[in-house]
Design a binder for this molecule. Structure first.
Ligand SMILES: CC(C)(COP(=O)(O)OP(=O)(O)OC[C@H]1O[C@@H](n2cnc3c(N)ncnc32)[C@H](O)[C@@H]1OP(=O)(O)O)[C@@H](O)C(=O)NCCC(=O)NCCS
Length: 168
């Protein structure tokens, strides 16, 4: 759908934290108490078990390094948790979300972590469609997960299903 956008994925830096926190507030946490403020985003950039990445690129009216999207993933003992992922509304359906997720999945597999989980707001059917399209299965529903205001749909993907299928 539409044209693909020229963008690059890179590790986010503390100077990006304000833009990332603002995107999270506008695009993910709207209507909820803000939990991803600037200090928390910076903490995740510095934590050894987390990674914060950004998609940057030139779009009409934007600078070359404009923040188009971002994602935050936390690596746990045997699994990784996708905490946040968002793309600016006017840059959607240009494969940026898919690119950010693929980058994180590749990193997880390289680290020997094959199981990825995430939560989506129940009313966010667009994101649910996005994750289903990209191989994630709906595992559960968590009542009141978002500050008691909204339920969550829990999605997960076992990357081994895809990485071993040619070796039967
Ligand atoms: C979910 C989100 C990250 C997708 O980003 P994106 O860059 O538009 O996604 P892509 O262009 O890579 O889409 C990949 C595929 O997912 C599916 N998809 C994406 N958005 C969709 C939508 N609104 N409705 C239905 N399917 C959708 C499509 O199959 C799409 O492929 P296609 O465009 O070739 O049909 C973006 O909509 C977003 O930022 N939403 C707000 C924040 C959010 O909900 N984050 C997730 C929870 S943390």
């Amino acid at each position: 759908m539409g044209f693909d956008m020229n963008y690059e994925i890179a590790l986010a830096e503390p100077a990006d934290a304000q833009g990332i926190a603002s995107m999270s507030e506008r695009l993910i946490e709207y209507g909820l108490p803000l939990s991803w403020d600037v200090p928390r985003v910076v903490r995740h950039m510095r934590r050894r078990d987390s990674i914060v990445i950004k998609a940057v690129g030139r779009d009409s009216g934007r600078d070359a390094d404009a923040l188009l999207g971002f994602a935050i993933m936390n690596f746990q003992q045997d699994a990784a948790h996708l905490s946040l992922l968002a793309v600016e509304p006017d840059c959607r359906r240009r494969k940026i979300g898919r690119g950010l997720l693929a980058w994180l999945e590749e990193t997880a597999v390289t680290a020997g972590t094959f199981f990825i989980s995430l939560e989506v707001r129940t009313r966010n059917t667009a994101a649910q469609h996005f994750y289903r399209t990209l191989g994630y299965d709906e595992m559960d529903r968590v009542v009141g997960y978002y500050s008691g205001i909204e339920d969550a749909v829990l999605f997960a993907r076992d990357l081994r299903v895809y990485t071993t299928e040619n070796f039967d």
